[in-house]
Design a protein around this ligand. Structure first.
Ligand SMILES: Cc1cc2nc3c(=O)[nH]c(=O)nc-3n(C[C@H](O)[C@H](O)[C@H](O)COP(=O)(O)OP(=O)(O)OC[C@H]3O[C@@H](n4cnc5c(N)ncnc54)[C@H](O)[C@@H]3O)c2cc1C
Length: 469
C-alpha cells in the first residue's frame, strides 16, 4: 500500500479525463482508485433505459482504456458500496462531480454524511454545468421559470469556468475485487438492435472531441437555420456525449466562443443554455419528470388509446414525418430536434396520449436520454411545462415536413416504402389520388399504414378538451 494519501474518484456523468475538476483535485491529493457504480437500486423508475446502457457499456470501456485498465466497476446500492469500499481500500477521501437528478441528490447527501462520519473527506465539484442552479435566481430569490430572463441572468452572472486540462500524471490503482464490464450486464439480448444503433456512433471522450471538431468545421456556419432541417448535418449530435460527460459543456462553450463571432455561434451557445435551463428546472422543481409543471393539466382528459401509442412507437401511424422520426429513433438511438417536437406534439395532441408515455419511450430508446432535458422538453411540447409552447399551438406534421424536409429526403431515408411516390404526395399519402397510388403500386393499409387519425378532427378534439379544462 503506498504511503501517499489514497482517494476514490467516483465517476458518474463525467466519463472523461479532460476538464474533470474532481479528477484534477483527486490526483493532486495522491493516488486514486477510479470507480464506477451501476446503481439501479437508488435510481428506481429512472434506472437507465436500454439505449443508454448500450452507450454506457462502450463509454466505460473507453474510459478504462484511457486509465490503462485501472477503472474499478461495481453494481448495486452506492450507499452501501462506497463506504465499504472506502474502508476496505483505506481511502482518505472520496471525490466526485455533482449530479442533479433528485434521486442522486438524495443518495449523495446520505453518502456524504456516512463517509464524513467515518472520517473520510468528501469533496464534490461542478463538472456538468456552466452555471450551478442555485447561483442564478430572481431578485426575490425565487427561481426563473422562463428561459430568456434566465439566460440573460446567467450571462450577467459569473463566466462559465474555463476548462481544466487532463492531469499530466494520474497514479491510478485498481481494486482487484471489482467486477468486469460484462458483469454489469449492460447489453440487452437484442443483439441486432445493439449492432444497428452502434453502427451510427463512436462513443467515448475522444469521439466526443472529434464530433465537436467536425461540427465546428462543417455545421456551425449554418447552425441557426440548418438546425431545423433533419436531413442536413448542421447539428452537433453532441447530446449523448454531453449526457455521459464524455465532454463538458464548459469545454464546448469555450471552444465555440473562440470561433469567429456570428449569429450561428451565439445560437449554439443558447442551445447549450437550454440544456442548462432543463437542469435548472429539474433542480428547483424535482417533480418535473413525474408531475405536470402547471397543475391545471392534472385534470386534462387524455383521450389516447394503447393501440395509438403502439403505432406511434413503431413508426406506423401513417403520418410520414412522424413515422420517419420514430424509426430514426429505433434505428439510430437518436432523433433530430425538430422531429422530436413534431412526434411529441402528434402523440400528445393529435393522439391525446399523456406526455409521460412518450417521455418513457424516449427514456428507453434515446442514447441521450436525460432526465432533465427529456422531462422539460416533453412538458414544453405538451403545453404543461414551464415556459411551454401554449397548448393550442399544435404542430401540423404535414406543414412541418413540407417546410423542413421539402424534398422528403429525411422521410424517404426512414420510410423508404414511400420513395416511389411523387414528392408532393409523400407528406400526406392519404391525399394521393387513387390512380397515382396504382401507378407506383402502393396500397395504403398494405404497403404503408393508412393514417390513424384525421389531423383536422383530432386537432379540434384536442382544442375542445383543452377548453373544457
Ligand atoms: C420531446 C423532446 C425530448 C427530448 N429529450 C432529450 C433528451 O432526453 N436528452 C437530450 O439531451 N435532449 C433532449 N431533447 C432536446 C434536443 O432535442 C436534443 O438535445 C438535441 O436534438 C440533441 O441533438 P444535438 O446534440 O445534435 O443538438 P445541437 O442542436 O447540436 O445542440 C447542442 C446541444 O445543446 C443541447 N440542446 C439543444 N437543444 C436542446 C433542447 N431543446 N433542450 C435541452 N438541451 C438542448 C444539447 O445538449 C445538445 O447536444 C428533447 C427534445 C424534445 C422536443
Amino acid at each position: 500500500m503506498p504511503s501517499e494519501k489514497v482517494s476514490i474518484l467516483w465517476f458518474r456523468q463525467d466519463l472523461r479525463l479532460e476538464d474533470n475538476p474532481a479528477l484534477c483535485a483527486a490526483v493532486q491529493s495522491g493516488h486514486i482508485y477510479p470507480v464506477y457504480i451501476l446503481d439501479d437500486e437508488n435510481a428506481g423508475q429512472w434506472a437507465m433505459g436500454a439505449a443508454s446502457r448500450v452507450w454506457l457499456n462502450s463509454s466505460l470501456e473507453k474510459l478504462d482504456h484511457s486509465l490503462e485498465g485501472k477503472l474499478s466497476l461495481y453494481k448495486g446500492n452506492a450507499e452501501k458500496i462506497l463506504p465499504e469500499l472506502a474502508a476496505r481500500l483505506g481511502a482518505d477521501g472520496v471525490y466526485w462531480n455533482r449530479c442533479y437528478e433528485p434521486w442522486r441528490i438524495k443518495r449523495d447527501t446520505k453518502i456524504k454524511q456516512t463517509l464524513t462520519d467515518a472520517n473520510v473527506e468528501v469533496k464534490s465539484f461542478n463538472g456538468s454545468l456552466l452555471w450551478e442552479p442555485w447561483e442564478v435566481l430572481k431578485k426575490d430569490s425565487t427561481p426563473y421559470k422562463v428561459f430568456t430572463p434566465y439566460y440573460r441572468a446567467c450571462r450577467a452572472s459569473t463566466l462559465p469556468a474555463k476548462p481544466v486540462p487532463t492531469p499530466e500524471k494520474i497514479t491510478a490503482l485498481k481494486d482487484h475485487n471489482a467486477l468486469g464490464l460484462k458483469d454489469l450486464g449492460l447489453l440487452p439480448g437484442e443483439k441486432a438492435w445493439v449492432t444497428k444503433i452502434c453502427a451510427n456512433w463512436v462513443m467515448g471522450e475522444k469521439a466526443a472531441h472529434t464530433a465537436l471538431g467536425d461540427f465546428i468545421e462543417n455545421g456551425l456556419s449554418r447552425y441557426k437555420k440548418g438546425r431545423d432541417y433533419p436531413s442536413e448535418r448542421s447539428v452537433s449530435r453532441l447530446s449523448p456525449h454531453l449526457h455521459f460527460g464524455e465532454i463538458s459543456p464548459n469545454y464546448a462553450w469555450d471552444l465555440i466562443l473562440k470561433q469567429e463571432s456570428s449569429e450561428d455561434r451565439d445560437h449554439f451557445c443558447s442551445e447549450l443554455a437550454w440544456r442548462e435551463f432543463s437542469y435548472y428546472l429539474l433542480y428547483h422543481f424535482p417533480k418535473l419528470p413525474d408531475e405536470n409543471f402547471q397543475s391545471k393539466f392534472d385534470d386534462f382528459e387524455w383521450f389516447g388509446s394503447e393501440k395509438d401509442l403502439k403505432a406511434w412507437q413503431q413508426g406506423m401511424t401513417g403520418v410520414p414525418i412522424v413515422d420517419a422520426g420514430m424509426r430514426e429513433l429505433w434505428q439510430t438511438g437518436y432523433m433530430h430536434n425538430r422531429v422530436r417536437m413534431i412526434v411529441a406534439s402528434f402523440l400528445t395532441k393529435n393522439l391525446g396520449v399523456n406526455w409521460r408515455e412518450g417521455a418513457r419511450w424516449f427514456w428507453d430508446t434515446l442514447l441521450d436520454a436525460d432526465l432533465a432535458s427529456n422531462s422539460a422538453s416533453w412538458q414544453w411540447v405538451a403545453g404543461s411545462g414551464a415556459d411551454a409552447a401554449p397548448y393550442f399551438r399544435i404542430f401540423n406534421p404535414v406543414t412541418q415536413s413540407k417546410r423542413f424536409d421539402g424534398e422528403a429526403d429525411y422521410i424517404c431515408t426512414y420510410v423508404p416504402e414511400l420513395a416511389k411516390l411523387p414528392t408532393r404526395y409523400i407528406f400526406a399519402p392519404w391525399e394521393t389520388p387513387r390512380d397515382v397510388l396504382d401507378t407506383v403500386g402502393i396500397e395504403l393499409g398494405r404497403d404503408y399504414p393508412d393514417v390513424i387519425t384525421s389531423l383536422k378532427s383530432s386537432r379540434e378534439k384536442a382544442l375542445q378538451t383543452y377548453k373544457e379544462l
